[in-house]
Design a protein around this ligand. Structure first.
Ligand code: 3CP
Length: 677
């Protein structure tokens, strides 16, 4: 958090260089446009997608009919990682956290009846950016919308995937080439399409405070500018289509200051590199309210949190906004919760008068001062990153991970010791709270349909044309000057699938696998004076005495779920409480987990799942391990687990389930009770 004074006065801003700047003028601290929301309010753009193309298409149409102003597609994890729905590695994850897209036919179904020349579409896609972008372009063409008319944004921000989100396919270097190919191609062929959405949101979700979030985002943006400029592209030709994406959490003043500072720093960066046009220098951004701030306990409180965060995004001058649904810590949003989330924005736009004035916090002694402090803090981080040799070097050295994880641990320890209040979680906890109904997806049915569709596609297409196009794509991957998006478009037009395009690329670029790790010592240090923590530590010590050695836990991530904030936090907490802890690599198979379990005398097995695929994946794992191993181990599951699934998990042999918001003490105490039983 940026340091606060008890009050601010004119003395705090007298020295500030930009205090007399205006919205719509460089350095754009006060907003990218002169009139801001008076001319056009921010776009209400809700991230949506589940099950199959038809179900998501219906949700899009409903969104647009009920006041949504742009679309934002959530793809399922199989699509993100370049697997067709019939791939064995993808079975449990198809259709769970987004829509399953295997081919251009799915993409056409996704937008059937929606005029793509009128409605702008954002696609959160990074790993499989080539086939998805290609399928969107071909779907547009085949429904009569020329490339120049297509409007929207592709996320195409792979660097942060290696730092936090983990939906990468290839290693950082070939991935950067793909990003640059996409920017290059779109800047010529789709002039109205934003070719990147450089994202800080996921850093915040993983634990970064606002200044670190912004610094990492800008450091990644610099790496992209280097890679794209190295091809000889002029900044004034492509920069205005590089867009940004930030999270907005509960730190109200800092979040507004962060968005204002972001525009200032971006303008300085591109000016310094020689950009001339205002279009290139003004940062445009999308914001999303914080998913991490949502609590599973008393979920209706999340409506209030989201409204406050949305206001921070709007006061910060965002161009587009997603407001989370109140039930997202429990499951995918229901129709009703999605409607409330959208209405939050409609009410802000239409009932409050907030849109009447550009940058309403401009001139506030406190806000101007905080904005400057935020910018200075970010500049400090950027200098540190430069000193390490740039963001790729900082990533490889482990610095990025350590910074984010360290801040996540500090936040968690402050929640667990009560210093950071979360109403309904560590203060004013209610005992008799009713859980709202959650949306259930029939993923098995979607899987079955997608398999049939893939089979039909393969039976009816011109196989030799597909094979030739895929061979050309593989050849192009070996040639650094070929544009891979151009070649992928040809393959997709010939009806190659997303998985086949990925396989064609994998013949030249191998699938990347990162190691998993956690920080030891940090969480315990934060809590060393805390009596609750000391008493938990004593319980672990007593169990240690009983066993004659430290209790040992293996924590695993299964399936295609790359969210690792929770598993790393629990690993750090258990370690500092006195356990020996190992964590598996992401995307582990049951066989890999079995091998790890065989390698050491583990007492507990923790499974972290936020993808909705907990029932099939836990079942597969426990079946593979067999009843003997399961009886010997304490088995616990953490993540987004709806209440109604708990009995099924218990019947499989799971000893305890921990939803988001579970305190470290609760987890450790329960574990010790189970193990000692
Ligand atoms: C807008 N315009 C204006 C004004 N406002 N002109 C004059 N005065 C104004 N006040 C113009 C713009 O210049 C633009 O024209 C047009 O109107 C549209 O406005 P926009 O600001 O570009 O708005 P939009 O099309 O909505 O685009 C917003 C950005 C875009 C630029 C931020 O990139 C975007 O929509 N991003 C969304 C990203 C997203 O949804 N991500 C989801 C992540 P021109 O185009 O001619 O300039 S979901 C991740 C969830 C977590 C996970 O990963 O799992």
């Amino acid at each position: 958090m940026v340091e606060r004074k008890p009050f601010y006065s004119a003395d705090d801003i007298r020295h500030l260089e930009y205090q007399h700047s205006r919205p719509g003028e460089a350095p754009f601290l006060r907003g990218p446009f002169t009139q801001m929301y008076r001319h056009k309010p921010w776009t209400i753009r809700q991230y949506t997608g589940f099950a199959n193309a038809e179900a998501s298409n219906a949700a899009f149409k409903q969104t647009l009919a009920e006041g949504g102003q742009g679309l934002s597609v959530a793809f399922d994890l199989a699509t993100h990682l370049g697997f067709d729905s019939d791939h064995p590695a993808a079975q449990a994850d198809v259709a769970r956290t987004g829509v399953a897209i295997d081919s251009v036919e799915d993409m056409k179904r996704l937008f059937a009846g929606i005029d793509l020349s009128r409605v702008s579409v954002s696609m959160t896609m990074n790993g499989a950016v080539l086939p998805i972008m290609a399928a969107f372009i071909v779907a547009g063409e085949e429904s009569g919308v020329a490339r120049e008319q297509l409007r929207g944004t592709i996320q195409n921000d792979i660097l942060k995937e290696f730092m936090v989100r983990n939906t990468y396919i290839f290693a950082p270097k070939p991935s950067l080439r793909i990003c640059a190919d996409v920017v290059d191609y779109l800047s010529h062929a789709l002039p109205n399409f934003n070719s990147m959405s450089i994202s800080g949101y996921h850093f915040q979700e993983a634990g970064a405070e606002p200044a670190l979030e912004l610094a990492l985002t800008l450091a990644n943006a610099r790496a992209y500018l280097d890679a794209i400029s190295a091809r000889g592209l002029d900044l004034d030709h492509f920069c205005h289509r590089l867009s940004f994406f930030f999270g907005v959490g509960m730190n109200f003043f800092d979040e507004i200051a962060k968005l204002r500072a972001a525009r200032l720093l971006w303008c300085e960066e591109v000016e310094h590199r020689g950009a001339r046009s205002d279009r290139a220098k003004r940062m445009k951004m999308h914001c999303q309210t914080s998913g991490w701030s949502l609590t599973a306990q008393e979920p209706h409180n999340n409506l209030i949190r989201t409204t406050i965060e949305a206001m921070a995004g709007v006061f910060g001058g965002t161009q587009s906004l997603h407001t989370n649904a109140y039930d997202e810590a429990l499951s995918l949003p229901t129709e009703h919760s999605a409607r409330l989330a959208r209405n939050t924005q409609l009410i802000l736009q239409q009932e409050t008068g907030i849109c009447d004035v550009a940058d309403p916090w401009g001139g506030s002694y406190m806000m101007e001062s905080l904005t400057q402090q935020m910018a200075d803090k970010v500049r400090d981080y950027l200098r540190q990153i430069d000193a390490m040799g740039g963001i790729l070097a900082a990533l490889e050295s482990g610095w990025v991970s350590e910074q984010i994880h360290g801040q996540a641990l500090r936040a968690q320890s402050r929640i667990d010791n009560g210093q950071r209040p979360i109403i309904g979680v560590n203060r004013f906890v209610s005992d008799d709270e009713a859980r709202p109904p959650v949306r259930a997806i029939d993923a098995d049915e979607v899987l079955h349909q997608q398999r049939q569709r893939l089979q039909r596609l393969k039976e009816t297409r011109d196989t030799s044309r597909v094979e030739a196009a895929l061979a050309d794509l593989t050849t192009a991957a070996a040639s650094p000057t070929a544009n891979l998006l151009a070649f992928t478009i040809e393959a997709i037009r010939a009806r190659a699938t997303l998985g086949e395009c990925t396989q064609a690329l994998l013949k030249q670029m191998r699938r990347h696998q990162a190691d998993a790790h956690y920080l030891a010592g940090r969480y315990g240090l934060e809590r060393r004076q805390d009596t609750q923590w000391r008493s938990v530590r004593r319980e672990v010590d007593a169990y240690h005495q009983l066993l004659g050695r430290a209790p040992r836990a293996l924590l695993v991530k299964l399936g295609l779920d790359g969210h690792d904030r929770g598993v790393r936090l629990v690993a750090s907490g258990l370690k500092d409480a006195g356990f020996d802890v190992d964590i598996s690599a992401l995307f582990s198979t049951p066989e890999q987990v079995q091998r790890m379990l065989d390698s050491a005398p583990y007492d507990a097995l923790g499974i972290s799942l936020l993808s909705g695929a907990h029932l099939p994946l836990v079942e597969q794992l426990l079946n593979t391990l067999g009843p003997q191993s399961c009886d010997r181990l304490g088995v616990f599951v953490g993540g987004i687990i709806p209440d109604q699934d708990i009995p099924a998990l218990t019947a499989m042999g799971v000893d305890a389930v921990f939803p988001p918001g579970s305190s470290m003490e609760a987890i450790i105490r329960k574990l010790i009770t189970v193990l000692a039983d």
